[in-house]
Design a protein around this ligand. Structure first.
Ligand SMILES: *Cc1c(COP(=O)(O)O)cnc(C)c1O
Length: 469
């Protein structure tokens, strides 16, 4: 059979509320044109993130009942530890409430001011937690590898270590898949060679494992078809000294994460730190039932029929959009399709926030929530001149929650994007009317730049750019 079907049936349904176009305009305006401020029930298809949004399986729901909520030594912890150890090969496992808690604990133990931590690209919370300890988070992605866009640049790694000295690098990392670079995978060969370099210099190697199964699947598809996903995972992690994981991605859970390491000595330091803020080491800020869900979810994420369906869903969305001429990052990773908003709206300058204009337009068109990754997220406004400093790329991320939407939902998304693409010339830029000091994309207030906004249409709660819709 050529048709790839969802490898599951539906047992429980969550109704979608169809908010009218007119009401979408009203709530978008009220939200300051910032989709983080929308109520989720006002969204028809939610592609804001793949983090914590997975649908759980019947087995996971059943497992919830086994959750042992004892404060210390709960049996759920031992099942969790056994799952993590058997997959990743690390004996010491520390649960945390989500990925960034693990980052804070690990880096506050290992990283000192003035030091350097290398990676293909640090995820933003990873970078923030490294920098919060006074160290530098250094990104050394290998550019221009089409199949393995998540590779780390090995020559640059050696140059960097030689420049600053291995003593000032307390650990070195790789993010699988490379979330900040469009969810691109790193090749097994690249990971192994990187590990060998670090070993030679005596630098501990840690993996940010948020999408370990998706990375392993793309290694299987593009590099090692003869290996199973499980075998690839083993080969990747056996060369590492430890890993950090947000279980909200390939843990198939709605909350959770962990640190796993080989060293007993490091583990006991991490546990002392954990007790201060997260909780006792056999629950680490999670309930017993969360531990049960993750223990199973890690295996479900490695199921090859699931991964094939995941690949086909993302590639289907990307392929149909490319066929219609919509510019996007090609090939996509597995967790998201990234529209190139700069090329989609070439009449807008980066300072006019083309990504955010497109995000708003997709919501107005069809109630789709996506996420800007461009000047709103990574640019800044100069305090004295008010000048907007642009980011290097303007992207809109359509993240695919795991096991949540079916092909017809994606057909609906494709139709909406193609409709917007056909009338892209009418889309006006945006301006920021209020912003906080840090992480402005979460709470900034914006408005369309269209002149009419300040006229009668605005008084009616309709923006000039949108009153034709
Ligand atoms: C989500 C994510 C994190 C942080 O995890 P949270 O669970 O959101 O705290 C770290 N690294 C990567 C690659 C991620 O995708």
């Amino acid at each position: 059979m050529k048709t790839v079907i969802e490898p599951f049936r539906t047992k429980v349904v969550e109704p979608i509320r169809f908010i009218s176009r007119q009401d979408r305009e009203g709530v978008l305006r009220k939200a300051g044109f910032n989709l983080f401020n929308l109520k989720a029930e006002d969204v028809i298809i939610d592609l804001l993130t793949d983090s914590g949004t997975s649908a759980m399986s019947t087995e996971q729901w059943a497992q919830l009942m086994r959750g042992d909520e004892s404060y210390a030594g709960c049996s759920s912890f031992f099942r969790f530890q056994e799952a993590v150890s058997s997959i990743f090969g690390f004996e010491q496992v520390i649960p945390v409430h989500q990925g960034r808690a693990g980052e804070r604990i690990l880096f506050s133990e290992l990283v000192k001011p003035g030091q350097h931590v290398l990676s293909n690209t640090h995820f933003d919370t990873t970078r923030a937690n490294i920098e919060n300890n006074g160290a530098r988070a250094v990104d050394l992605p290998e550019r221009s590898n089409r199949e393995f866009g998540g590779n780390i640049d090995l020559k640059a790694v050696v140059r960097y270590i030689d420049k600053v000295g291995s003593d000032s690098i307390p650990l070195s990392m790789i993010t699988l898949t490379n979330n900040s670079a469009g969810g691109q995978p790193a090749a097994l060969a690249n990971i192994l060679e990187y590990a060998a370099i670090l070993k030679k210099y005596g630098i501990p190697f840690f993996i940010d494992a948020a999408r370990f199964a998706e990375n392993a699947w793309l290694i299987k598809r593009r590099e090692h078809p003869e290996l199973t996903v499980m075998e690839i995972v083993r080969r990747v992690f056996e060369v590492a000294d430890g890993c950090l994981m947000s279980a909200k991605k390939d843990g198939m859970a709605n909350m959770g994460g962990f640190i796993a390491v080989r060293s007993h000595e490091l583990c006991s330091r991490l546990k002392q730190n954990l007790i201060l803020t997260e909780g006792f080491p056999t629950y680490g800020g999670l309930s017993g039932r969360d531990l049960e869900c993750i223990a199973l979810g890690l295996f479900e994420a490695m199921d090859e029929s699931y991964l094939l369906y995941r690949e086909k869903s993302t590639f289907y969305l990307a392929r149909r959009l490319l066929d219609a001429g919509v510019p996007l990052i090609d090939p996509p990773g597995l967790h998201a399709v990234y529209l190139d908003a700069g090329a989609f709206l070439p009449h807008l300058r980066p300072q006019e926030l083309p990504g955010q204009a497109l995000v708003c337009e997709l919501y107005l068109e069809a109630g789709i929530r996506s996420c800007e990754i461009g000047t709103l997220m990574f640019g800044r406004t100069e305090e004295d001149t008010g000048e907007e400093i642009a980011h290097e790329v303007e992207l809109v991320r359509l993240a695919l929650p795991r096991r949540v939407y079916s092909q017809s939902h994606y057909d609906y998304v494709i139709e909406a994007i193609v409709n917007v693409f056909e009338r892209k010339k009418d889309i006006s830029g945006m301006r920021i009317v209020w912003q906080p000091q840090f992480l402005r994309h979460f709470s900034a207030q914006m408005e369309p730049k269209s002149e009419k906004l300040h006229g009668e249409a605005a008084a009616l709660g309709l923006s000039g750019a949108y009153d034709k819709l």
